[in-house]
Design a protein around this ligand. Structure first.
Ligand SMILES: NC(=O)c1ccc[n+]([C@@H]2O[C@H](COP(=O)([O-])OP(=O)(O)OC[C@H]3O[C@@H](n4cnc5c(N)ncnc54)[C@H](O)[C@@H]3O)[C@@H](O)[C@H]2O)c1
Length: 345
């Protein structure tokens, strides 16, 4: 089977490409490299001993997509391509809607014309919004996400439901990720944020490796056991494996299927720092600042549906997530420094 992975040069995409290749799938990556890395794909090829067909292009470029589908017999699409920085989306919402929403519409049009109707979409727990009792389960009504980024994810979910409702050939998975962290255990690929990291774990890792002086913890007065925010951190390799399970399940599931991909367990910021300190065997200096507007005190997944329907659950512990993050960051203190070429096709 040949799988198109949009955004395959990014963090979650590159780990999923590795899992796909190791499971015997052929992979075509489409990426515009706005936040991806050639080097990540080269390393995936090195780790797997398999070749990736790379198309450098944009999901919003219909001509590029039509050419890609004409040249490659694609069976299924894993759609990671998107912009993901919440703060940037508030400053520049149009760019986020054009990229994440309009880009997905163009992708779906091209898929339809190419008679490809299987799609796995990277959604987010952010679509639940605030105010639900924990844990968050797929049957809850979506809320109002706090940012244009989150709203772009919710809008795409709605579009994909309409699409599946209009044509029963579509088989679509909406995968609602919780907080992906960690790296491949080889330490060869991992998360490589450009500029200051938006997320906790890459920030801790950059402090640990000496790229930043200290971590800022936003708020220690939430109604959580230690006062800091609680999130459901999931190892990126568990997440990657969840995509393969979802894709296999889709062959028998017309319409839209929704699955949370989380561990079902929340950890506080201070617990994450302590786990990282154990992994790296060094102190992480941090200071407490006021809560950030829009941050929720605590959320975590109900992961029972994915377990029952996909036979999937997150197997890796918080300690493994931190150990693998540290292994990656220690071996690659500046991330993917080299930006090398890769065969295109
Ligand atoms: N990382 C998270 O915390 C998280 C949580 C929930 C959902 N998601 C979603 O999962 C997906 C992957 O996230 P990630 O962390 O790997 O992000 P990432 O930025 O590392 O990867 C996204 C990839 O998509 C590419 N891309 C962006 N816009 C594109 C376009 N228009 N055409 C072609 N390529 C494009 C980028 O170059 C990058 O390689 C995103 O859709 C993101 O919104 C991520």
């Amino acid at each position: 089977m040949r799988i198109l992975v949009t955004g395959g040069a990014g963090y979650i995409g590159s780990h999923t490409v590795l899992a796909l290749l190791n499971s015997g799938y052929e992979v075509v990556v489409l990426d515009n490299f706005s936040n991806g890395s050639w080097e990540a794909l080269l390393r995936v090829e090195g780790l797997t001993g398999k070749r990736i067909t790379l198309v450098e292009g944009d999901i919003g470029d219909r001509g590029c997509l039509d050419h890609l589908f004409a040249e490659n017999a694609i069976d299924s699409v894993l759609h990671f391509a998107g912009l993901k920085a919440v703060g940037d989306s508030m400053a520049d919402p149009l760019t986020y809607y054009v990229n994440n929403l309009a880009g997905t519409l163009t992708l779906c049009q091209a898929m339809s014309c190419a008679d490809v109707h299987e799609l796995v979409f990277s959604s987010s727990a952010t679509i639940y919004g605030d105010g639900h009792p924990m844990p968050l389960h797929e049957g809850l009504p979506s809320g109002r996400p706090a940012s244009p980024y989150g709203r772009s994810k919710l809008m795409v979910e709605e579009v994909l439901r309409d699409l599946a409702g209009s044509d029963n050939r579509w088989r679509i998975a909406l995968l609602r990720y919780f907080n992906p962290v960690g790296a491949h255990p080889s330490g060869e690929i991992g998360e490589d944020p450009q500029g200051a990291p938006n997320n906790l774990v890459p920030f801790i890792a950059q402090v640990a490796v000496g790229r930043r002086d200290e971590l800022v913890v936003y708020g220690n007065d939430y109604s959580t056991p230690d006062g800091t925010g609680v999130r459901d951190y999931i190892h990126v390799m568990d997440l990657a494996e969840g995509h393969l399970r979802a894709m296999v399940a889709l062959s028998e599931r017309p319409g839209v299927s929704v699955w949370n991909l989380g561990t079902g367990r929340g950890h506080s910021v201070l617990e994450v720092i302590a786990a990282f300190e154990r992994a790296a065997k060094r102190r992480i200096p941090y200071r407490i600042e006021a809560r950030r507007p829009g941050d929720i005190a605590a959320y975590w997944a109900d992961s029972a549906k994915a377990q029952a329907e996909l036979g999937w659950w997150a197997r890796r512990s918080l300690d493994e997530m931190m150990a693998d993050t540290w292994h990656w960051q220690q071996g690659n203190p500046c991330g993917y420094q080299r930006k090398l070429g890769i065969a295109t096709g």
